[in-house]
Design a protein around this ligand. Structure first.
Ligand code: C2E
Ligand code: MG
Ligand code: MG
Ligand code: MG
Length: 280
């Protein structure tokens, strides 16, 4: 009895595993065709100056508009794309699309401090030998205002490359690109290295902003990161600001920029234009 029971259970497990495998394989096949079928889209989330509410930049965030399953969030397909290498082509599509759209936004909203846009760079793309060469070509074809493209690279991707990352980042800086460390505080950054990297901005990871409670407590790590950034001459963006209380705290701590649902979720281009038109 125990034996047949065990077998039945094994079959259930086996079927579930089988279904999961089929789902993954289907997704992989569909994903391979998605670029050619133009199923990817960028959404944009404002990065705002906390002192006057002005949008200074937009983060481009990738969405897969699946024909039957609707929008699939990036964390469900980017790891897959990293694994099968498709992230490289996809990443170039993102950069091209971001520059095309930024140029349109800049023409629609001419400002003294022109709008900029940040793009997330994957580990594979960052380690591509011809990254800066290809980016130079792309920037040459684009008519965005010089100095308005920003790249977001996570702390662990930078640290994984060790000293080689410095040269790589400097090549990018030479193109007039600004550099952000994304999700700062979650990696295993050696703080003694940080000053050697030509970084413009630290993005304080959402997990630390979330800790700030309604009374403004638990902000110690944010305070420490703001202090560190300031001492290194880097600007700071708080990620994932959702409440007025969190905004008040980061403003008091001297963090100049914020991004989060309090201001706006990531939105398609047309909706972001409406946001900027009304909120600035
Ligand atoms: P990230 O670069 O740290 O992007 C911020 C994520 O936080 C976005 O999730 C955004 O929608 C979300 N977010 C922003 N404000 C709030 C808030 O107030 N509360 C909460 N709960 N979440 C907030 P999203 O769009 O799902 O992207 C997830 C991650 O996927 C990104 O994290 C980034 O690592 C990656 N990703 C997105 N687009 C690309 C891309 O084009 N290329 C690469 N390589 N990675 C991308
Ligand atoms: Mg990012
Ligand atoms: Mg981030
Ligand atoms: Mg994050």
């Amino acid at each position: 009895r125990a034996k047949s029971n065990g077998k039945a259970r094994f079959e259930v497990f086996d079927n579930a595993l089988h279904e999961e495998t089929i789902k993954l394989l289907t997704m992989e096949t569909e994903f391979r065709h998605a670029l050619a079928r133009q199923e990817f889209e960028l959404h944009y989330q404002p990065i705002v100056d906390v002192n006057n509410g002005e949008t200074i930049s937009l983060e481009a965030l990738l969405r897969w508009k699946h024909p039957t399953r609707g929008y699939i969030p990036p964390l469900e397909f980017i790891p897959l794309a990293e694994e099968n290498g498709l992230i490289v082509d996809l990443g170039w599509w993102v950069l091209e699309e971001a520059c095309r759209q930024l140029s349109l936004f800049q023409k629609r909203f001419p400002k003294q401090n022109p709008l900029s846009m940040s793009v997330n760079i994957s580990a594979k793309q960052f380690s591509q030998a011809d990254l800066s060469g290809k980016l130079a070509a792309l920037l040459g074809q684009s008519d965005i205002i010089p100095g308005t493209l920003e790249l977001e690279i996570t702390e662990s991707v930078i640290m994984d490359q060790g000293a080689a990352a410095i040269g790589r980042l400097e090549e990018l800086k030479d193109l007039g690109v600004k550099l952000y460390v994304d999700d700062f505080g979650t990696g295993y950054s050696s703080l003694s290295y940080l000053h050697r990297f030509p970084i413009d901005i630290l993005k304080i990871d959402r997990s630390f902003i979330r800790e700030i409670d309604a009374t403004g407590g638990h902000a110690e790590i944010v305070r420490a990161i703001v202090g560190l950034g300031r001492n290194l001459g880097m600007a700071l963006i708080a990620e994932g600001v959702e409440t007025e209380a969190q905004l008040a705290v980061i403003r008091t701590l001297g963090c100049q920029f914020a991004q989060g649902y309090l201001y706006s979720r990531p939105l398609p281009a047309a909706d972001i234009e409406a946001y900027i038109a009304t909120k600035g």
